[in-house]
Design a protein around this ligand. Sequence first.
Ligand SMILES: Nc1ncnc2c1ncn2[C@@H]1O[C@H](COP(=O)(O)OP(=O)(O)OP(=O)(O)O)[C@@H](O)[C@H]1O
Ligand SMILES: [Mg+2]
Length: 306
Amino acid sequence: MSIILRTRQLTKRYGAKTVVHDVNMTIGTGDIYGFLGQNGAGKTTTLRMIMGLIRPSAGEIELFGHARHGDKRKTMERIGAIIEYPGFYLNLNAADNLEIHRRLMGMGNKESIDDALATVGLLDAKNQAVKNYSLGMKQRLGIARALLHHPELLLLDEPTNGLDPGGIKEMRQLFLKLARKRGITVLISSHLLSEVEQLANKIGIIHKGQLLEEIDCETLQKKTRHYLNLKVTDEKKAAYILEHMLGTTDYVAAGPGVLRLYEHLEQPDQVSSLLASNGVGVKEMALSGDSLEDYFLKLTGGEGFG
Ligand SMILES: Nc1ncnc2c1ncn2[C@@H]1O[C@H](COP(=O)(O)OP(=O)(O)OP(=O)(O)O)[C@@H](O)[C@H]1O
Ligand SMILES: [Mg+2]
């Protein structure tokens, strides 16, 4: 998989305050990247730098394999973005709003407007004045605008802010469609874990300007898997019993005398009596493992998301 966006030591300072601090983020082609951070963490500032709307104080941004300076226009043609709230001419309808944008940016053609509106499910509402749009419709119109020129990378800054659960679900389906059917790489910032965990395949956690962790969701799931923590008198023998008598290989040795068993979590008594009756003493047994929420709480030193 190729890298579509990479930052190196990306930093933004305002006066004496460093609001984005040495951020190294990597997004691969086809990723749905959840950029998770609390209010004020530095999400919007990072996205603004990537978009070239503000200048980094230090560090580098690489897009599509090239450093971000140079031919800006060409790079921008490959990106679609909504940063904070998309503004529209409220008295005009959706189609006219997009046409103004299209001409202003010199991008796409007229057909691309209907295409974009259809993609976000607004084709039937295209002649309606935007002032009569619901918040969810406006958000979708913002996405349609970002899609007009067929970008390869979409940067969406808290696109579901203010939406109800139904609206959030609709958006999630739209993002999945864009990523899977159109092959668009999507970065979504959010302050809600619940929002990105069901969507992203990779999550970057920004906290007080620093990218604390960047992790693919498979690894994250492994890290947050629950298990029975078994302290036993003989871990080799215990392992043998687990494999040959309980029929599971889903365990790991976690230090001398300690095994983590990822199966049979519902039957701890059976596990311990099986071990005991085969001559392995169980000194301690506890259900352990972080929930995703706990995991992030630990990372951020107790301040969670959403
Ligand atoms: N132009 C500016 N001048 C000074 N400080 C700024 C400026 N822009 C942003 N900041 C500060 O930078 C920090 C990060 O802000 P940013 O908007 O990037 O956070 P965010 O993660 O997008 O938060 P939110 O979830 O509230 O949108 C905040 O403390 C903010 O006050
Ligand atoms: Mg923001």
